[in-house]
Write a protein that binds this ligand. Sequence first.
Ligand code: MCN
Length: 805
Amino acid sequence: MDSRDAAADSEVVTQHQLPPGMIGARVRRKEDPRLLTGRAQYVDDIVLPGMLEAAILRSPHPHARIRGVDTSRARALPGVFEVLTGPDARDACAAPQPVIWLMIPDQRMTDQYALAVDKVRYVGQPVAVVAAANRYIAEDALALIDVDYEVLPAVSTLDAALAEDAPRLYEDWPDNVSCRQTIPKGDVEKAFAEADVIVSETLTFGRQMGAPLETRGSIMSWDPFSDRLDAWLSTQSPNLARDLLGEVLGLPVERIRVRTPDVGGGFGNKFDFYAEEVLAALLSKRTGRPVKLIEDRYESFAANAHSREQRIEVAVAAQADGTITGMRGTVWAVLGGQLGTVGIGPCWLSMALLSGPYDIPNVEGTVVGVVTNRSPYGSYRGWGQPKCNFAHERIVEKLARELGMPANEIRRRNLIAPEKFPYSSPVFFYDSGNYAECLSAAEQAVAERGWAKRVSSAADEGRCLGIGYSFHIEITALGPTKIMNGAGLQHGSFDEEVVRIDSSGGVTVRTGLSELGQGIETALAQVAADTLGVPLDSVTVLSGDTETSPFTGYGTGASRGAALGGGAVLRASTRLRDKVLRIAGHLLEASPADLEINNGRISVAGTPTGPSVTMRDIGDATYRRLAGNLPDGEAPTLEERDVLDPDNVAFSYGSTAVLVEVDHETGQVNVLEYLLAHDCGTVINPMIVDGQIHGGAAQGIAGALYEEILYDTDGQLLTRSFMDYLMPTASEIPTFGTVHLTTTADHIPGGFKGMGEAGTIGAASAITAAIENALPDLDLHLRRIPVTPPRLLAQIHAARTGETP
Ligand code: MCN
């Protein structure tokens, strides 16, 4: 159903109404009034007494040796309190900047200090930092720092880095390769030797990043008397940041408090842990004052985690009927000059999920991490998945063409069948799903909308419209600490949630998860309200402070919030409900088993007008007038805590269909309509899920057609503002439709799976297929993302002339 139709058909519920169950209700978001009326508080809104502001001097060179840094002129500027250089930062830290995801044990590590010590390896790398009375003075002081660079030849591209005589970023390495790993399943050699047909492809995914409205920022206040650090951080991962601050600064974590005010978008970028956090803390320690460090937009382009950039060589072996028997692929990760917090993680995941939703008995994936003079690689919505999706979907399209079959027939023939779950892929166990049904749901929605007719009518008018499909899986609910530690993650990934009823019967959920705009506050409140049988507006969700919030594994990322947080809230609320019923049974002289809770009122089931007590009565009996009102042996207080560390991750999935129009004269592509048939288990709030899909798909469209971080051949960053990085606006984004299917995750309480990255994963694959289908007379093979107008024109020209593009 189109989400706009759905919104009209199924009434949006206000917080004051109680539908039969709050799980699955289209409730308006609890966080919206705050966000929409300007009452949200971001890091930059916070002003502390005596606070200084910091600014960072960043390398203008992609690769250079630092012969010396003279800070004397900057230090002499009135209003400057402190200037730090690389050796200062190195000596003041107990450990280098951490890499928390070490999937490949013998990976070569890079220099990881918060400020470059003797060499810079990318444009934008921090070289020195100034704390001053205000940002203006700090920026002026940067201009007075003299750095003596010896400029070195840079390697800007994958090929340049792999060339035999390539300059090496790390002189003690034999080449620029940081790591390599192959994971096999079955007998790939045999599958290829016995294949009826083999198709192969080399694909390139451009460098991209999330572009949150609020750039990264922190305030650090180090109390010299108690040796405690108070941090305000725009982060997705408060507990991770606290642990890593402790590790780098050599401070026990109980002396670190991380507060996370509203986060103005994160998109994965704010999952990672950056040098800036450490620098602000060091400056605060040195000056004895709070220090604020806010990234400006240029810094965001240069120093925020970059992502996506990869080359993937992929091949499949198949039988003449389209059954794929083998797959082989190499993911070339174009890393930056240093490893980011998640190391090779996203690229490793591209390799690990190379076969995607397909039941391929023989698969061999290899990942190679190559350092270049570009910014560090890190997290971005979808992690490795948009890239491996591009690989398996492009190769399916190519196989279909080779065999003269419709691509969806190849998909249907190879999708993992429902009875094969749990399915063992080369690395992960996929828990549940009905993939073929989902593909059919997308096809049906396309048929209902009459897209085929629109394509043919447009052709009659000389216009080129095309339909493209893709199928994606999404790893969510990360997740099981045992599996994640086994896969190299150096951090727990379980989640704790606390649910409490107070003396007036109100419910408070405490969570460690950060609200980035994804609606977790509402989702957790819905789960608690549904389980406890109370109105939604009686539930308050609190988070944002490690001192008072429970522990959240590695934070909000990997679409884990709804499943792990929701599952833990559900279990804690269930136990709390049992206690409420025991107390109510005592008060009503009834058996708890005979009672039910409706809209916060407890009565014997089926007797709504009979004797009853309210949640307020229960609160009163528990906290205020206990004597005689609590059952014997029942401890006072109404609070439950639950820890969820599930046995397995949960795989969501979906089928994307797009309708595009291509102007073959200009190379311009317009996405006219966008559909996603989708399954994320039990949906907590369909309106938010639709919104998440739309937002994710907008980022997917951006990645497929518009956004790319570009460097010149010398490693100079060309993309420095939104004039260069073409983030699409509402006028480039089409109408969306969503179709929801439900296959629950039986190992997660509530059956929830995540979906926060769903929209981004299958976009590029579906859009490239649609562009090719819009120009059926040309044998186009789109291999590079984003498909910008000049690139598409070159492809069209090559297809017409037979020249190589
Ligand atoms: N939801 C639901 N039922 C489900 C699953 C999800 O109702 N079965 C709803 C819930 O309201 C939940 C939201 O969808 O809050 C997203 O749920 P989930 O998939 O668990 O994702 P997380 O809460 O872990 O959020 C992180 C995820 C990721 S990884 C990125 S990146 C991301 C994203 O979500 N960044 C975002 N969505 C974003 N949305 C906004 N506005 N801004 C970002 O930075």
